[in-house]
Design a protein around this ligand. Structure first.
Ligand SMILES: Cc1cc2nc3c(=O)[nH]c(=O)nc-3n(C[C@H](O)[C@H](O)[C@H](O)COP(=O)(O)O)c2cc1C
Length: 306
């Protein structure tokens, strides 16, 4: 009943680990898969290593957390060793591995994807990061032309489905999503963290994060993520993976009803532990039986009555 298909890839259930949370090593990714996730997304990595920001990089705030990790990455060669260790085949089940990559230009994204496509089932392009091409001041995912160019360069040569992960920090999310679809994205993930926001210690007067500002995630951003999924469902014809503030099965139902075909969970793990995946699948199944749904497909877009 929970089994579902996304871009031709078969998932045991629609719950996927979001990029950046417990996604740096094969052992934690395997642990999440063992605990009942249908798939996992790695932490975003780049071609060369990147140290990221100094600690503190995470702070708890009302309704969630703010983070400024700064896209720390061990680089392609080291990360490839982790990808090789992900156990992608269960005895009678699928265990879907999705690599999240970032770069500063289309060629770098394309180079990375070619190097890893044999090791994963799908690739998620983190075009929501602040590393813009030379001469272009805005973040990639705030520029429809750059987004389209990157997606096009990667997807035309990729042997696995390509997902574009978008930022909500734009005036018109549809403009960016349509550009990603035009570029050949097989699916869209909505949303990356919101903001940035900040927190200040009233004892010292100093901002808590070393970078001062950080992206907001957790329950407080759920209404915005949900609205992005709703809008893009109406504007595009490719599947949407919803993410942002999901902590229980009710949140999942809302995202499916808004138009998501699958969902990702990040900050929710900090609230509920990794049991969150098995807890949600149990209650989601009960909800589906009670409400006469036979498949995830039937729930996707349920609230759009046209
Ligand atoms: C600590 C932390 C690190 C993150 N790192 C990444 C990352 O490397 N790549 C990425 O695309 N998103 C990253 N994200 C964003 C999440 O994948 C997700 O889009 C966002 O947190 C909203 O979902 P949530 O409320 O379930 O956490 C990160 C989020 C957090 C909290």
């Amino acid at each position: 009943m929970l089994k579902t298909e996304l871009c031709g890839i078969k998932f045991e259930n629609p719950l996927i680990l979001a990029a950046g949370i417990m996604g740096s090593t094969a052992s934690s990714l395997n642990w999440i898969l063992d605990s009942g996730a249908g798939g996992v997304v790695t932490k975003s990595f780049s071609q060369e290593s990147n140290q990221g920001y100094k600690n503190p990089t995470i702070a708890e705030v009302e309704g969630g957390i703010i983070n400024a990790i700064g896209l720390s990455s061990p680089g392609l060669e080291l990360f490839k060793e982790e990808l090789k260790l992900i156990k992608r085949k269960g005895e009678n089940s699928t265990r879907i591995a999705i690599a999240s990559i970032y770069g500063s230009n289309p060629e770098e994204f394309s180079y990375l994807s070619k190097k890893i496509e044999g090791l994963v089932d799908m690739i998620e392009l983190n075009v929501s990061c602040p590393h813009a091409m030379e001469g272009c001041g805005a973040a990639i995912g705030q520029d429809p032309h750059l987004t389209e160019k990157i997606v096009k360069t990667v997807s035309k040569s990729s042997s696995v489905p390509i997902i574009a992960k978008l930022t909500p920090n734009v005036t018109d999310i549809n403009e960016i999503a349509i550009a990603a679809e035009r570029g050949g994205a097989d699916a869209i993930t909505l949303i990356n963290s919101l903001g940035p926001g900040m927190k200040i210690s009233i004892e010292t007067g100093v901002p808590i994060l070393s970078n001062k500002f950080g992206g907001m995630s957790g329950p407080a951003i759920k209404p915005i993520a949900l609205r992005c999924v709703w809008d893009v469902y109406e504007a595009c014809n490719i599947p949407i993976i919803g993410v942002g503030g999901i902590i229980n099965y009710k949140d999942v139902v809302e995202f499916l009803y808004a138009g998501a075909s699958a969902i990702q969970i990040g900050t929710g793990i900090m609230y509920e532990g990794i049991e969150i995946f098995s807890k949600i699948t149990t209650y989601l199944k009960k909800f589906m039986i009670k409400n006469d749904f036979n498949s995830i497909d039937e729930m996707t877009g349920y609230s759009h009555n046209d």
